[in-house]
Design a binder for this molecule. Structure first.
Ligand code: PAN
Ligand code: ZN
Length: 200
């Protein structure tokens, strides 16, 4: 028999849709070599409406996502690295927009690579959790939990994400409601406070 493992005994054989590929992930910086897609760059201006206050330095880069594009189908696994710069806007640390998955029950895994961060997770009925992200952490993001990562340190926060291919991202709900809590500098390090504009 040629190859191994017939898809079903007696055929038909599954015809793969993609060829295998390998990319080097530079563990500290999150850089991919070779790059596989166009980096997605988010500036303070791009996050207008996500921070509590207007951008202070609109062109400044807040974060980048380096993608490894595969078809957005549930048979595939999307993955990317995210690099969030250190900084603040108003009382909030630099963070991602955050989203629910458009297909709400799709889950995701984050692997922390470097820096010091927090992952805010929230359900549509307002429950929330705050989890750490740093080198070696694995955050499991179950379906139904919106997620936003926040850089609470002085260096870039870098993590790798892998998620169900057809998950999609719903940013509009977060742009409208935000998350139940905000994270910014406090007297003794990062402080989590209630979001005064979160709908009750
Ligand atoms: C991540 C995020 C990435 C950027 O890959 O997309 O960290 O955050 P925003 O998408 O909220 O701007 C992920 O959770 N994908 O589903
Ligand atoms: Zn996600």
């Amino acid at each position: 028999m040629r190859g191994c493992c017939p898809y079903m005994l007696g055929g038909p054989f599954m015809q793969p849709k993609l060829d295998p590929f390998t990319t080097l992930l530079e563990l500290k910086s999150g850089a991919l070599d070779p790059e596989r897609g166009t980096p997605q760059v988010r500036t303070q201006e791009d996050l207008r409406g996500f921070f509590q206050v207007a951008p202070e330095d609109p062109d400044r880069v807040v974060y980048q996502v380096l993608p490894m594009p595969v078809p957005k189908e549930n048979s595939e696994i999307q993955c990317s690295t995210t690099i969030i710069e250190p900084g603040t806007v108003g009382d909030e640390y630099y963070m991602t927009k955050g989203h629910f998955h458009a297909v709400r029950d799709r889950s995701e895994i984050y692997l922390g690579l470097s820096g010091e961060g927090r992952l805010i997770l929230a359900t549509e009925d307002g429950r929330y959790r705050v989890e750490p992200i740093r080198e070696g952490t694995i955050n499991y993001v179950p379906g139904g939990w919106a997620h936003r990562s926040v850089n609470v340190g002085d260096d870039p926060l870098v993590f790798f994400a892998a998620y169900v291919g057809d998950a999609g991202q719903d940013y509009a709900t977060i742009e409208r409601d935000g998350f139940p809590v905000l994270i910014g500098p406090g007297d003794d390090g990062p402080a989590v406070r209630e979001n005064p504009t979160y709908p009750s």
